[in-house]
Design a protein around this ligand. Structure first.
Ligand SMILES: Nc1nc2c(c(=O)[nH]1)N[C@H]1C(S)=C(S)[C@@H](COP(=O)(O)O)O[C@H]1N2
Ligand SMILES: [Mo]
Length: 323
């Protein structure tokens, strides 16, 4: 595939095409001038998390399900962002299934008492799989409702006994050009990286998914293990995780590295803070409809509708400054 092909917009491109084309043009620009991608200066550290951000278990559980119509399996698994397999929405599902998801291991390290590289089976041993029906809001302005299968992130992280130096958690995706054809293009500074503040990572809504619709996770959705953080823009929900690190400083993240003025570390869904190039007030809901072209536009909600569960973590934080 040529670079031109990789950046071509397929005629099947549907949701928010103008916005999407714009984002892709930025990518093209950045990948052709790598120096620009590195020109962002480091942000100052944000104020620490409030001391008591605890929510009750009942409050947490109220966010675990929603009665909103589910996005069809077919759409969840064919309309994807997974740039390691190409930048088109259909690329991840149509790419040859070259990603080898078994055996799979995850290296966990940094500020913790019990670091180690564990097989996926050992990482998840003793955990009880749960279903979570979450909204997923992409920064591009479309959203889905997805029934995930997996385990709470906190339960997995606690096994490694993070120390008091562990202020943030950094996640890394596999970056293997032999298994991931999109790695040949510098659309992102591979490997894809993401991060959470430690209290966000330990929040009951933060989830590690291993499946969806009761089935194992397809390659295009981030098999065999991906993060799901429902109150943040979709790009925080990093796929095909191979490393987890407890760190003291706010870690660099893939989209922030590419364009710091447009993609912040927190990236909480917020209709009151527009993307510099488009509004975030509404979204096109790809759910409960057979036609995603004319999927209805609905208002975007603060923290993607999870404010009751998560807002306390950001008390006193200027959400415009810490976008
Ligand atoms: N490694 C990796 N993780 C990723 C991405 C990616 O390109 N690479 N795309 C992100 C974006 S922009 C979104 S919206 C979600 C999409 O998840 P889905 O395809 O399962 O709906 O995955 C996120 N995780
Ligand atoms: Mo996204």
């Amino acid at each position: 595939m040529s670079l031109r092909d990789a950046l071509r917009i397929p005629s099947s491109q549907i949701t928010d095409e103008a916005v999407y084309r714009d984002r892709r043009r930025l990518l093209q620009f950045l990948s052709l001038s790598p120096a620009l991608a590195l020109s962002g200066c480091a942000d100052a550290e944000p104020p620490p998390a409030p001391a008591s951000a605890a929510i009750t278990p009942a409050q947490a559980r109220s966010g675990f399900k929603t009665n909103e119509p589910l996005t069809r399996y077919q759409d969840v698994t064919t309309y994807n962002n997974f740039y390691e397999f190409g930048t088109g929405k259909a690329d991840p599902s149509t790419a040859r299934k070259t990603l080898k998801t078994r055996p799979w291991s995850v290296a966990v390290g940094g500020a913790c008492a019990k670091p180690g590289t564990l097989s996926l089976e050992d990482l998840l041993k003793g955990q009880t799989p749960e279903e979570r029906v979450y909204r997923l809001r992409c920064v591009e302005g479309w959203s889905m409702v997805i029934p995930w299968l997996g385990v709470p992130l906190a339960a997995v992280l606690k096994q490694f006994q993070p120390t008091s130096q562990a202020k943030y958690v950094a996640f890394t995706t596999l970056a293997d050009p032999l298994q991931m054809p999109g790695i040949a293009y510098r659309s992102i500074e591979w490997p894809y990286k993401e991060g959470l503040r430690i209290d966000e990572a330990m929040h009951p809504l933060a989830f590690l998914a291993t499946g969806l619709y009761g089935k194992p996770l397809p390659q295009q959705n981030g098999a065999p293990l991906r993060l799901v953080v429902p109150w943040k823009y979709g790009f925080k929900s990093i796929k095909s995780i191979v490393a987890i690190n407890f760190v003291e400083r706010m870690p660099e993240t893939a989209w922030h590295e590419l364009q710091p003025s447009e993609y912040g570390f927190f990236s909480n869904v917020n209709p009151n803070v527009d993307h510099p190039r488009w509004s975030q007030k509404t979204e096109r809901r790809i759910a409960g409809t057979t036609n995603r072209v004319f999927a209805e536009r609905i208002p975007t909600r603060l923290f993607n509708g999870y404010a009751d569960q998560v807002a306390s973590m950001y008390a006193g934080l200027d959400l415009k400054k810490w976008y």
